[in-house]
Write a protein of this length. Structure first.
Length: 328
């Protein structure tokens, strides 16, 4: 984790990630945002118990007679109606309503209010740098790096687009600062012994509620720090109470597909592949990989090489290597 984060930070510092982002065509950016929306929808429906695993068909419908799925559907309708009526805090109201109903009918217990956070001593700075250079772990380091770079890139593009921070060319002012911030988080998170610290797609929920500036992030960070001492209270909120919020955000983010020129099959195909691969492989990075490869091949073989830049070709080759070798 630490070594992949060091490389990740260096890529941000030397603007390699900005180069990658600048190489992504606008239609693919819209596809990435929509794909993240579909990914959120799957996470929400799964968390609500509406979509479940099925050995015969991969996925299937859950038991809609159970309270969880019913409350999740109620929460979603409440959020949409309140948002349509322009009620401030619609998402939060929906989450709290479902939580209180769930507690009221005895479906989810009240877990308490306060507890001391666990010690970080067992994992803090417990780094075996020499052991990580084992030949068998080199591919693991680069696999984590791949997820770091492209999960974060996809999330930043999708969330900033939803926040209205991107210009007509899809560029985000001061993107370099955001890239340094998330790569630094990955670096310091690894020192604490956590799994990869990345920009989270659920941030779109905060954006949809009106969060646009760094002040929002600072307030959330302070509240997360306080939440360390109130984890029982946070755990009292059931998954099917937060699922409606994610599904609502998914609806908002899927709107990016309206920007696509569906008459141009060489554009529509890569965008569709990008959007569908994210939820179906449960990975933003995989969605970007398949989207890049499809865009590059289709455009080149269709005689439209002008729509493919050098970065797309290089990254597509790296994606093929990663999917074919590092995933083996």
């Amino acid at each position: 984790m630490f070594l992949s984060a060091v490389i990740f930070f260096a890529m941000s510092l030397f603007k390699i990630r900005e180069w990658i982002i600048a190489s992504i065509p606008l239609p693919l950016r819209a596809g990435i945002g929509a794909g993240i929306g579909l990914f959120l929808a799957l996470i929400a429906l799964e968390g609500a118990g509406i979509v479940v695993d099925n050995p015969a068909t991969l996925v299937g419908i859950g038991d809609l007679t159970k309270p969880g799925p019913l409350l999740a559907m109620l929460g979603f309708v409440v959020i949409v109606v309140l948002e349509a009526r322009r009620v401030t805090g619609a998402v939060l109201i929906g989450i709290l309503l479902v939580t209180f109903i769930s507690m009221g009918i005895g479906l989810s217990p009240f877990a308490g209010v306060f507890s001391a956070p666990p010690s970080i001593a067992p994992t803090f700075m417990q780094l075996d740098i020499a052991g990580a250079f084992n030949v068998g772990l080199i591919s693991v380091i680069f696999a984590f790096l791949f997820v770091d770079v492209f999960d974060n890139t996809g999330t930043l593009l999708g969330v900033t687009k939803r926040a209205g921070l991107a210009d007509e060319q899809g560029n985000v002012p001061k993107m370099g600062r955001a890239l340094i911030a998330d790569s630094a988080a990955a670096l310091f998170g690894s020192l604490l012994g956590t799994s990869t610290t990345t920009s989270y797609v659920e941030s779109a929920a905060g954006v949809s509620a009106g969060g646009r500036t760094g002040l929002t992030a600072i307030v959330v960070a302070v509240l997360f720090l306080l939440a360390l001492f109130f984890s029982p209270l946070a755990s009292s909120v059931p998954v099917y109470a937060t699922a409606p919020a994610l599904l609502f955000v998914a609806v908002l983010m899927a709107s990016g597909l309206a920007e696509i020129d569906w008459k141009d099959i060489t554009t529509a195909a890569p965008v569709t592949v990008t959007a569908l691969t994210m939820p179906l492989t449960y990975s933003i990075a995989n969605g970007i990989a398949f989207g890049f490869i499809t865009w590059t091949l289709v455009k080149l073989l269709s005689g439209r090489a002008k729509e493919v830049n050098a970065a797309l070709v290089i990254l597509s080759i790296l994606f093929v290597i990663k999917l074919g070798w590092l995933s083996a």
